[in-house]
Ligand binder design. Structure first.
Ligand code: TXD
Length: 311
């Protein structure tokens, strides 16, 4: 059977964007258009990646560009355009600068790729996802954000080191906004099905959660300039794959809530089923009173930023 390759555009060819492009091209999953406002940079990275394709046995096409016309009719768009955190900055400090960038990007892609699914990576991500949804006027199923997969992967990594077990046997779940009050859920974080709450003391669990919440800042403090990108790109790639291959994986992503979890009218991290339509379903898990109040607090932080932007 003849299968046409999908087209993915990555907007922002910086660390996360270029690494995501690499993972897509290396896997042979889709052709990639790498866009940036900086002239020459996406073209240089495109050549470098294209010259690696023979070594990866990949027949995908990658192109770098500074023109939105070249991204036209994308099936999926990953938005990483914006500024990254510097030491001492919170994700929210990036709010207004990145909102201006996001508005411009979304106006352009709504015109050139009206049928695309959009994954927002730019921070503060939950609010940027909401802004992208409002700006493009796409269905909320088609606009989502990446955050929970990364937070859960960080928790899984710390847990694997702590127990000296393979991360393959760990499933972690983190809900809420992708910010300092994200909600890692020990009851739903398991090692071969055994919940964290059966394996560790509350004190140990609290310290693992704390490290997860600070996972991004811990890396920023080492790097001094720039922030994490290998794990963020790998997390984005999971979403890309689930959508393009219609895998219907259940992954924690930022999605629009319209009454689910008792929350209305904001984008926030919850488990969703990701398939060719985008967010095909939101999965509601029953939370304890304490988990609920943490989730609510995290939603309120996101809502504050949404109000601050006036969207
Ligand atoms: O979990 C998550 N969601 C995140 C989010 C994990 C890691 C990084 N996260 C955020 O993604 C981070 O805080 C930033 O807001 C974005 C991108 O991070 P990255 O590390 O890739 O930043 P870079 O390397 O600075 O790349 C950003 C690129 C850079 O090449 C700019 O020239 C470009 O964005 N840029 C633009 N591209 C297109 N259009 C416009 N207007 C534009 N402005 C800047």
């Amino acid at each position: 059977m003849f299968v046409m390759k999908k087209k993915v555009s990555v907007i922002g060819a910086g660390n996360v964007g270029a690494t995501t492009a690499q993972l897509i091209v290396q896997s042979g999953l889709a052709d990639v258009m790498l866009f940036d406002v900086v002239e020459g940079m996406p073209q240089g990275k495109d050549l470098d990646l294209a010259e690696a394709c023979p070594l990866w046995n990949s027949s995908t096409i990658i192109r770098g560009t500074n023109r939105y016309e070249d991204t036209a009719d994308s099936d999926l768009i990953v938005v990483t355009a914006g500024l990254a955190r510097k030491p001492g900055m919170s994700r929210s400090d990036l709010l207004h600068a990145n909102a201006d960038i996001l508005r411009g990007v979304c106006n352009a892609i709504a015109k050139t790729s009206p049928h695309a699914v959009i994954i927002i990576v730019t921070n503060p991500m939950d609010v940027m996802a909401q802004l992208a949804w409002k700006t493009t006027e796409f269905s909320c199923k088609k606009v989502m954000g990446m955050g929970g997969i990364l937070d859960a992967s960080r928790l899984a990594a710390f847990l694997a080191w702590e127990m000296n077990v393979s991360p393959e046997d760990i499933e972690a779940l983190v809900l809420g906004g992708h910010g300092d009050d994200m909600v890692p859920l020990p009851r739903f974080t398991t090692v071969k099905g055994i919940p964290l709450t059966e394996l560790f003391s509350k004190r140990k669990i609290d310290s693992l959660i704390e490290r997860t919440r600070n996972g991004g800042a811990e890396i920023v403090a080492f790097l001094k300039s720039g922030s994490a990108y290998y794990a963020p790109a790998a997390s984005t790639f999971q979403m890309v794959r689930s959508i393009l291959l219609d895998e219907k994986r259940m992954l924690p992503c930022t999605a629009y809530l319209n009454g689910e979890y008792g929350i209305k009218d904001i984008y926030v991290g919850v488990p969703v089923i990701l398939g060719k339509e985008g967010v095909e379903r939101i999965v509601e898990v029953k939370l304890t009173k304490e988990e609920k109040s943490q989730f609510k607090k995290s939603c309120e932080s996101v809502r504050k930023l949404v109000k601050n932007l006036g969207i």
